[in-house]
Write a protein that binds this ligand. Sequence first.
Ligand SMILES: Cc1cc2nc3c(=O)[nH]c(=O)nc-3n(C[C@H](O)[C@H](O)[C@H](O)COP(=O)(O)OP(=O)(O)OC[C@H]3O[C@@H](n4cnc5c(N)ncnc54)[C@H](O)[C@@H]3O)c2cc1C
Length: 437
Amino acid sequence: MQCSGVKHTKPSATKTSRAMQLIVVLQFLVPLAAAFNARRSSLTDCLNAASVPILLTFSPSWQDATKPFNLRLTVNPAVVTIPRTKAEVSPISTEIASGLSGNMVIDMVEFQEVSCDASSTIATVGSGVRLGNMATRLFQLGERGIPHGTCSGVGIGGHATLGGFGLDSRLWGLTLDTVTSIDAVLANGTAVTASSSQNRDLFWALRGAGPGFAVITSFKMKTFPATPVNVNWAYTYVYGTAQKAAKAYSIAQAFGQTSAPKELGYGIMFFPGNQFIVRGVYHGPKANMDRILAPLLAQLTGLNDGKAPKAVVNTQGWIASLTELDGTTLQTSVRGYDKHDTFYAKSISTKESAPLSLTALNSMFTYLYTNPAPPNTIKDEAVEISNPLWARLGYPLVILQKHQLREALCGGIPLAVLGNDEGQEALSLHVLSVHLE
Ligand SMILES: Cc1cc2nc3c(=O)[nH]c(=O)nc-3n(C[C@H](O)[C@H](O)[C@H](O)COP(=O)(O)OP(=O)(O)OC[C@H]3O[C@@H](n4cnc5c(N)ncnc54)[C@H](O)[C@@H]3O)c2cc1C
């Protein structure tokens, strides 16, 4: 199996043939560029006629508008559109469908509604809202909450159409599970509502493959009473051998499958210095959590020759718990958001009935223990492998160093890429991310 994306080619071409290739390429590109410019001006004419705000390469805010969150990626759109209403999304959609646009970014920043119907407790959330702002507003509107991931800058547009797993997902499900209805604009410019009673096929498709089917303008979502007492907890062990760490991982994994109640969201992280961290959130009183975690911690401590873990445990309200998970602040600026990272990420999934085997875990931890990270690369060159489990399980999360990724992926871990659908067996999703700076 080839894990590296780098291809090595033989330097066989002569100088003459390279020059010929260049001419051929240029001859090919000149008409392409002309056609592209013609298409772009046709597109911008159309968008201007519809009064849709747009940015072009010479616009003063172009750099900011096209700078991706992940700086490892290069984004070179021809135009950025910033629709303000559903009606303005319509001409954008038809331009995309007619193939005139080339690369077009639709910035949904103007779609910022967050409201909650007091009697049904169904929320309406604009597709441009970021998670932290949504959580803050829903709490203000009646102490409601929706399950979602931990980073407040993530947008609901991708999160609610592609999944959305958080430490509250064992309690309430994925973000996507809460969606009851979607307002969207189709490629022919038609504005539609999709739900279990209207446009059912589209509703099914949008929940999992949203970007492929329509531009979503807003979601209707089930909300839940925000849990008033939440315990954010983390226990750190340092096991002397890889075999012990692998065994600890399999114990924590089995605990998720058999004993952990839905109020307990948790995972595993593996940090430099062989720090094996079991951490999560318990939605309820600490005394209950202590009782639930006791058998797990007893096993993990027993494996560590009885040496107690380092503990960090904070009992707090809903908003404070979410803020601690984010690590900085829950609310983010609506315009001018300027947080970035540089990382490689990949998701794979395994069946819930076939979680990571002890053999696979031994292989992974043996590699990690025998290839420690170079000094001073601890925080910034981490690889995260998380496997959030869909149904009743926790989500073990392992953070490795960058140079360890290849081996972790190819070193005998039996990971399969699977699809999921209603009625099928739940899956364990493994998210790998390598932080490069
Ligand atoms: C820092 C960070 C932390 C994360 N943490 C978690 C986590 O804890 N749990 C978890 O489950 N996931 C997590 N993720 C993954 C995240 O949920 C996905 O990357 C998600 O797709 C981001 O959505 P977005 O709208 O912000 O991104 P975008 O890149 O804007 O969109 C992602 C995809 O959705 C499409 N899309 C967005 N809006 C719309 C719309 N209105 N209509 C149609 N299609 C749309 C886009 O075209 C694109 O294909 C994290 C990601 C990051 C970067």
